[in-house]
Design a protein around this ligand. Structure first.
Ligand code: S3P
Length: 441
């Protein structure tokens, strides 16, 4: 833990207006570096998220000998080395706060000829890794974790992997992706069956890079031994970052906000489905497909919200958006009930508890449960809320200030840089008044 804390001081009230483009999709940015590095030839990426998480992935591949240029904002040029071209990084690879980097790389590293150690920050060092290391062990990988199943991960090189059929016990795109990436190096077919649909960016991008991926119902398979061909990746704006503005504009009277070029992959649009069910006014305009991913401009206008029971099948499709959705629920009339979302307890923070604690400080009643929460809408009060180093908690409570009656101060917000480095200036441009300071703890 550092001995400074980044504070956001947010002026209450206001409305969100104008046109903005939030930064590139984090999941797609990670995958563009991974597949671009393993491809043959050059891959050019535009719209890349220059946040700490995706940059951690970029630096990891540089450390493994891949030449990666950054010619301008959001632009990355990767000189692919082929599936067998990575080199021993010789030092532990530090993935900071990024669970996606660590879990997807666990799969990829299991297929290399050299040993690798992967480490992370304090939050990542408490996140469960057995969900990837145990199916990878079934494929023949040798990976050690801490006794609790946490990082650091030590992955042995030179293991011969064989394809398996894995029935995922939790709906996780990170687990599915880790196994498919290991499957590129395995003998035979690797198949993963998901209990509910999860984001499919890995499958789409593998296909875009010329690798055959087959899908039958809820099972997706790859055959080892193929190759990837470099190309062009256009990263759409991240719907998970747009989510804060979708909620902000929905709860703040007089708002009318236009969000440009947002990824609307059907496995990611739970936030739109849930907000619409609560009464939000969100329009999808200029829908098109860019590089294998659906994209649209989103227009969102203020609309009074009502509490709902969130359909469980929407949970994996909105898994990162619950901090923002809890703020929508806090501003809605009546109760919102969430269940089937135990995964929220093992994200960058325990998002059920962190949100419940923050809402209580702001005078909003909620009752956390093991796998969800019940939130009763009401007036947002003032207070000082700890984000616990969780980027999405910090940004969600920033939006709550649009309906607060006094200033909200948010502590421990530095990790907003992991996914949304220009959040404060962009939110201010859209009409908020947020000031950011660094103080001693
Ligand atoms: C991600 C998958 C999700 C999500 C994370 C990004 C990905 O995690 O929460 O932010 O890029 O594959 P899980 O697979 O753990 O649900």
């Amino acid at each position: 833990m550092t001995n400074t804390s980044t504070l956001f001081t947010v002026t209450p009230g206001g409305a969100l207006k104008g046109r903005i483009r939030v930064p590139g999709d984090k999941s797609i940015s990670h995958r563009s570096i991974m597949l671009g590095s393993l491809a043959e030839g050059i891959t050019e990426v535009e719209g890349f998220l220059e946040g700490e998480d995706s940059l951690a992935t970029l630096e990891a591949f540089r450390a493994m000998g891949v030449s990666i240029e950054r010619p301008g904002p959001g632009r990355v040029i990767i000189h692919g080395v082929g599936l067998k071209g990575l080199r021993d990084p010789t030092m532990p690879v530090n993935l900071g706060n990024s669970g996606t980097s660590m879990r997807l790389l666990a799969g990829l590293m299991a297929g290399q000829t050299f040993d690798v150690e992967m480490v992370g920050d304090e939050s990542l060092s408490r996140r469960p890794m057995r969900r990837v290391t145990s199916p990878l062990a079934q494929m023949g990988a040798t990976i050690s974790t801490s006794p609790e199943g946490f990082p650091p991960l030590r992955i042995k090189g030179g293991c011969r992997l064989k394809g398996i059929h894995y029935d995922m016990p939790v709906a996780s795109a990170q687990v599915k992706s880790a196994l498919l990436l290991a499957g590129l190096y395995a003998q035979g077919r690797t198949c993963v069956t998901e209990p509910a649909p999860t984001r499919d960016h890995t499958e789409r991008m593998l296909t875009g890079f010329g690798y055959t991926v087959s899908r039958e119902g809820s099972t997706v398979c790859v055959e080892g031994g193929g190759s990837l061909k470099g190309g062009h990746v256009d990263v759409p704006a991240d719907i998970s970052s747009a989510a804060f503005f979708l909620v902000g504009a929905s709860i703040a009277p007089n708002s009318d906000l236009y969000l440009e070029h947002v990824g609307i992959n059907p496995t990611r649009i739970g936030v739109i489905n849930i907000l619409r069910q609560m009464g939000a006014n969100i329009e999808l305009l200029n829908e098109k497909e860019v590089g294998g991913e659906p994209v649209a401009d989103l227009r969102v206008r203020y609309s009074p919200l009502k509490g709902i029971r969130i359909p469980e099948e929407q949970v994996p499709l909105a898994i990162d958006e619950f901090p923002a959705l809890f703020v929508a629920a806090a501003c809605a009339e009546g109760q919102t009930v969430l269940s089937g979302a135990a995964e929220l307890r093992v994200k960058e923070s325990d998002r059920i508890q962190t949100m419940a604690d923050g809402l209580a400080i702001l005078g909003v009643e909620s009752s956390p449960r093991d796998d969800g929460i019940v939130i009763t809408g009401g007036q947002i009060g003032a207070g000082r809320v700890n984000s616990h180093g969780d980027h999405r908690i910090a940004m969600a409570f920033t939006m709550a200030a649009l309906r607060a009656n006094e200033v909200i101060v948010l502590e421990d917000c530095a990790n907003v840089r992991t996914s949304f480095p220009d959040f404060v200036p962009l939110a201010n441009r859209a009409g908020m008044v947020i000031s950011e300071h660094v103080v001693g703890r």
